[in-house]
Design a protein around this ligand. Structure first.
Ligand SMILES: *Cc1c(COP(=O)(O)O)cnc(C)c1O
Length: 852
């Protein structure tokens, strides 16, 4: 169905309606939706603990003493009214009605399901009154209060189940008509009515179902379930530390997880959304910036384990009988007894002599007495054994059967734990083991480790709960571009995209590095950023320049004609003979990263000072492996080849004054440079003329929330230790990224937005032609919509450029707000290896550079 309907159904649970702060959160969410032109249909629960209190009151009313707990229930609401500065008499009539109902129960000394449902419904009705009154004050438009019972009608095919009814959810034009004029609606979850206008309940947790029914009825464009957790995880994060947020689930998988015990969603809430094809979002009121889990009809191509769930505290009934296969209708007889006792079963496994079933404990509460009577009747046909305190642990994922071979190792854990029942769903969505409750957490943790933690490369696995907390913290820290938003917008007034560099940050980063006392000289790797103003900051702060081509050397000499040549260092790779000659003529130091130049052209280095670049991977492990390891990298000289150079060096009087090692980029281990220093110091004994050890660059920066920054004092400590052992060497470093990366951002204007199924594409006016790193080596950049920093991130966006290459993606799965053409999008940490790699590909000019 094409959906021009901009209604969104938002469901809020008990916690969300229990304090003024939380109602303010609800108001803020509604306002954001309204600002985007959405109509909002709020479905909510009763205030926390109220349903339990009502339940207790019903019991107490039958036996006599209910006055005090009734008063407590009233006080609880009165305190909330006071906190929210609402009229103290707001609920007086509703309190009185409850009192009359309780008095009635007391008088009769008993209660029917019909009356029980009516009493239980009061909690929701009261909180709607509170909500409507408060939101009317907070919003700029009136809030339309509906009584859910006027629109949700229980299915009555068999009989009315007053406590756990299900309802019809087909599109209801009369309801749409009723609400269309008032774009903010509030109503209760959990309650509905019969065709006779009697109140019924939808079962515990039934508010999710209410929301789903309403979403179907008003053909909402989406259904959002707001909870106090950020989404659905691969396992219960309270038990499994490594549990990851699932960014997306298919309806069937979500249904399976809910039925298998994942406590996020009521199992009945998914089917209505699925049938009406309404995407369902699980969001957190505590962390509204996180996109949460999206449940929709997108299917992953491959089979994959999505989650390990558990249903605890279940009861098994095992029934033994000889030769039951020979008896036609045996199973029918057995199950008819379950029907008589109104006990529904969940899992079933059969053998020639045994049937074992587990009792469904999600949608029904089975009493001890029921089980006893059931077992009595069953024992006329077979031998009955009841097992309590079991847990059903399920491995959930579409096509589990297809990946049985991969999960085989997981089964070894059942060597230690007894399995009472094993069942594989006919739907091919789960594999379930029933074990003792006490082993449940151990088994879940082990299965999760094997099947999910060790299989990390899926697009749909988000961060762990701990990482999410860090994201929140990281997001609160101020970044230079946040303080310069205005300036950035002004820079973009005349352009569609720009690299913006913050020179103060360049200065700051250099100062950080200069705090490493053990290091004598710092050379800035010019290849990471050759912008003249950035280089000027490096120059003014008295550091040197590490160059990799004659072009870079010329660039530096043009900018700083009077520079001391010892501040330039030349570290080429596979350069032509002429380049070495040119550089040496200028009196600039260089490093040789192969034995070839010395063996083939020794004369050009005669009497000159050179560095030798050592392959730092060498020296660990067996000789054979060493050669292989050395061979895969085109950089550096294997240590075992250094000796070969000695005769030539002596013959031509080549002065090896330094050794050099550079291992790669983005290193976040503080000890790394000390390891290089030690390796080089040990190696340097081959050449007595060595004075300098260049430890390379590769200083990483924090790009993701879960990363830990380098600590300069720590690096200094570890280097000081090496210096203490080898005091005669001067230590140098040559960082690029650390100095330039976080000083630059790429800002670009949104050209178009495209939604393809679940994929939300945000197109920018520039892409890989300006920033090639993501396409070249899958680098990660945090990306934000600068024009909508405060809006909630509802999408997982793919940020793309206009270049005709499918790799023209700057970011995938980036939490992003609803975005519009013309918005400014900012890509962080683009100051290093950004503009320097830009191309004219597609004849699209890359972003220009601006310094602020
Ligand atoms: C690129 C490079 C650097 C700088 O690397 P970063 O990761 O940017 O610090 C340092 N030394 C050499 C030899 C390089 O090639």
């Amino acid at each position: 169905m094409s959906n021009n309907n901009s209604w969104q159904v938002l469901k809020f649970g008990g916690t969300s309606v229990s304090s003024r702060d939380n109602w303010n959160t609800i108001a803020a969410i509604i306002k954001r939706k309204r600002a985007k032109g959405k109509k909002v249909f709020v479905v909510h629960s009763a205030v926390s603990s109220v349903s339990n209190r009502l339940e207790a009151l019903i019991t107490l009313a039958q036996s006599g003493h209910y006055d005090e707990p009734y008063q407590e229930l009233v006080s609880l609401h009165q305190r909330l009214l006071q906190e929210m500065e609402l009229p103290a008499m707001l609920l007086d009539e509703q309190y009185a009605y409850l009192k009359r109902l309780l008095d009635g129960i007391h008088l009769l000394g008993e209660v029917s399901d019909r009356i029980r449902a009516l009493v239980m419904s009061q909690g929701e009705l009261w909180s709607t009154t509170i909500g409507q009154t408060y939101l009317n004050q907070q919003l700029e438009e009136p809030v339309n209060r509906l009584d859910a019972r006027d629109f949700l009608v229980a299915n009555e095919e068999y009989r009315v189940d007053y406590l756990c009814a299900s309802c019809d959810f087909l599109q209801d034009d009369a309801l749409i008509q009723t609400i269309n004029a008032t774009p903010v609606v509030i109503t209760q979850g959990f309650i509905a009515s019969t065709s006779e206008e009697e109140t019924v309940l939808l079962g515990r947790g039934g508010s999710d179902s209410s929301a789903a029914y309403f979403a179907g009825k008003i053909a909402a464009e989406r259904l959002e379930i707001w909870t106090d957790v950020p989404g659905i995880f691969t396992a219960n994060p309270n038990h499994v530390n490594n549990a990851r947020l699932l960014k997306q689930l298919n309806y069937d998988e979500a249904q399976e997880m809910a039925s298998a015990g994942a406590k996020i969603l009521h199992p009945r809430a998914i089917r209505p959304a699925q049938i009406s094809n309404i995407p369902l979002y699980i969001r957190s009121t505590i962390e509204p910036g996180i996109a949460g889990t999206i449940i929709n009809d997108v299917e992953n191509r491959w089979g994959m384990v999505k989650a390990i769930t558990a249903k605890e505290n279940i009861t098994l009934i095992s029934m033994e009988s000889q030769g039951m296969w020979q008896q036609p209708g045996f199973l029918a007889d057995i199950f008819s007894i379950f029907k008589q006792h109104q006990v529904s079963v969940d899992l079933v496994s059969t053998s020639e002599t045994n049937i074992t079933v587990s009792l469904d404990n999600l949608t029904q509460v089975v009493s001890e007495k029921q089980i006893k009577n059931l077992s009595l009747d069953l024992s006329r046909m077979c031998r009955v054994n009841i097992m309590k305190n079991c847990s059903a642990v399920s491995i959930v994922g579409k096509n589990v059967r297809a990946i049985l071979h991969k999960i085989a190792p997981a089964f070894s854990i059942f060597e230690t734990y007894k399995v009472y029942l094993l069942s594989q769903a006919a739907s091919d969505l789960n594999l379930t083991f029933v074990i003792d409750d006490e082993h449940c957490n151990k088994v879940i943790t082990a299965l999760h480790e094997l099947l999910i933690t060790n299989n990390p490369n899926s697009e749909i696995l988000g961060p762990t709960a701990k990482e999410l907390k860090q994201v929140e913290q990281a997001d609160t820290g101020s970044k230079w571009w946040q303080d310069n938003k205005e300036t950035i917008s002004m820079c973009l007034a005349k352009r569609d995209s720009a690299y913006i560099y913050h020179l103060d940050s360049v200065r700051q980063n250099i100062h950080n590095l200069q705090s490493i006392d053990a290091v004598e000289r710092i050379f800035f790797a010019v290849k990471s950023n050759n912008n003249p103003d950035v280089l000027q900051v490096a120059y003014d702060n008295e550091i040197g320049f590490e160059t990799v081509s004659c072009g870079e050397v010329e660039h530096i000499l043009n900018l700083f004609p009077t520079i001391d040549k010892s501040r330039i260092f030349f570290t080429p790779n596979f350069a032509a003979r002429q380049e070495y000659q040119t550089i040496l003529e200028k009196g600039i130091r260089l490093t040789l990263d192969s034995t070839y130049p010395i063996k083939e052209w020794p004369e050009i280095f005669s009497g000159k000072e050179v560095f030798l670049r050592v392959d730092p991977n060498i020296g660990k492990g067996h000789h054979e492996n060493v050669r292989t390891a050395g061979a895969t990298s085109k950089f550096g000289i294997p240590i075992y080849e250094l000796e070969e150079l000695k005769p030539i060096i002596e013959q031509y009087d080549i002065k090896v004054v330094g050794l050099h090692a550079h291992a790669g980029s983005g290193i976040l281990t503080n000890e790394h440079w000390a390891e290089h220093a030690r390796l080089l110091a040990e190696t340097a004994s081959i050449f007595p003329s060595v004075k300098y050890l260049n430890l390379g660059g590769g200083f990483g920066i924090k790009e993701r929330a879960q990363q830990t920054e380098l600590t300069m004092s720590q690096i200094d400590n570890t280097l000081q230790q090496v210096k203490a052992e080898y005091p005669h060497y001067e230590l140098w470093i040559e960082p690029g990224r650390y100095i330039s990366a976080n000083t630059g951002v790429l800002v670009s204007r949104v050209t178009q937005v495209k939604q393809k199924q679940n994929y939300y594409y945000v197109g920018l006016s520039t892409g890989m032609n300006s920033l090639m790193r993501p396409a070249l080596y899958g680098s990660y950049h945090n990306i934000v919509n600068l024009s909508r920093l405060d809006e909630s991130k509802e999408h997982l966006a793919t940020i793309v450029g206009p270049i005709c290459e499918s790799t023209d993606k700057l970011g995938v799965e980036i939490p992003f707000p609803e975005t519009k053409e013309g918005d400014l999008v900012l890509i962080e940490n683009a100051g290093a290896y950004g503009r320097v790699m830009a191309t004219q590909y597609n004849m699209r000019s890359p972003a220009e550079e601006v310094c602020i």
